[in-house]
Design a protein around this ligand. Structure first.
Ligand code: XMP
Length: 338
């Protein structure tokens, strides 16, 4: 039957027979649920012939690199090379304001780094890695009809897939996509069986281009990234403390490239405006600004919660004197602001 234990056993068999006993496999970890579960699964099948890379592009959240590396190493024992490419990314993004251009630059830089990683490995191993693991999910690959023999009968709308399709053409890596018949909740279940920590499996989705699409305009302006990290951390931590994190699809802060007048202490200030956004969603295709009615219990941000968050941010994050809340759904907005 279609139990996750069976899926796991089956996948491990398939991976073992596909990869054989000689070949090496590479995987780019994003810090998200999908790539982590995919890598953990492949690691279980082929052990040390899996080589993962995690790229710090300078666009990550507060302490993200430290947090995910700790999970990879201590909890999952995954072999991960961590590359700090902050300067490389930020220098290429300097002065760029167009959202699609930002995405293209980030995609290209990522490929360069990935390429270098593969070449280094080739030197070290004396042979090329042959396979690439990707955490592609079922909704990412299917338009309207499931593949024959997949056992799936649903039709599911396609989600534009941001993470596939941008790999170096000359690399000729064969793909391993162990999650490609699964939905998100099934991937979480698989992760649970693989002992991926529960807190990790419940992480909100985070876009590949990272904070670049949450700092409107030039990501290198002033200390925008630093401000955004601090604000986002306070918002997310408050949401967790209030027990609301798991009722939300995604919550985050957005840095706006505008200043407004404020008064802090006896000082007139002319500082930044930051927006807070939280949404509920099934698959990211559509979304509602946050409030969730689940079994007749309504979860939402109370006045006091928002008031505390707002005060905490303005009191502790230098350069911010105004907080606004995003109260639009998708459509007409998108989840991200860029
Ligand atoms: P939007 O903003 O299009 O986002 O409503 C829908 C979902 O996709 C995520 N997102 C991205 N993920 N690369 C990604 O890997 C991207 O360029 C990207 N843009 C948006 C977004 O966080 C939300 O979950």
């Amino acid at each position: 039957g279609w139990s996750m234990e069976n899926v796991l056993d089956e996948e491990i068999k398939v991976i073992k027979s596909t990869v054989g006993t000689e070949d090496h496999v590479i995987c780019a970890l994003s810090g998200g649920v999908d790539s982590t579960v995919a890598a953990t699964l492949v690691h279980k099948a082929i052990g040390g012939r899996l080589h993962c890379i995690f790229v710090d592009n300078g666009l990550l959240r507060f302490k993200e690199r430290e947090r995910v590396m700790e999970t990879f190493e201590k909890d999952l024992h995954l072999p991960v090379t961590c590359v700090d490419a902050t300067e490389q990314f930020l220098s290429k993004l300097k002065g760029v304001v167009d959202p699609e251009t930002k995405r293209k630059i980030i995609g290209k830089e990522f490929i360069c780094i990935f390429d270098a990683f593969a070449h280094d490995l080739e030197q070290k191993l004396g042979k090329r890695p042959t396979y690439l693991v990707q955490g592609t999910l079922y909704p990412d690959v299917i338009e309207s009809c499931p593949p024959p023999g997949s056992g799936r009968t649903h039709s599911h709308t396609i989600k534009s897939h941001h993470n596939v399709g941008g790999l170096p053409k000359d690399m000729k890596l064969k793909l391993i996509e162990p999650l490609k018949l699964l939905f998100k909740d099934e991937v979480r279940e698989l992760g649970r069986i693989l002992d991926v920590p529960q807190g990790f499996l419940k992480r909100h989705p985070f876009p590949g281009p990272g904070l670049a699409v949450r700092v409107l305009g030039d990501v290198t302006q002033g200390n925008a990234l630093d401000i955004l990290r601090q604000v986002d951390e306070i918002f997310i931590q408050s949401i967790k403390d209030a027990g609301l994190y798991d009722t939300i699809w995604q919550a985050f802060a957005v840095f706006l490239p505008v200043r407004s007048v404020g008064v802090q202490g006896d000082q007139r200030t002319h500082s930044h405006v930051v927006a807070l956004r939280a949404v509920t969603s099934q698959d990211g295709m559509t979304a509602d600004w946050y409030a969730l009615n689940c079994a007749n219990i309504v979860y939402y941000f109370e006045h006091k919660f928002l008031d505390d968050v707002s005060r905490k941010i303005c009191n502790s994050v230098r350069g911010v004197n105004r907080i606004v809340q995003d109260i639009t759904s998708k459509p007409p907005s998108t989840i991200e602001w860029e």
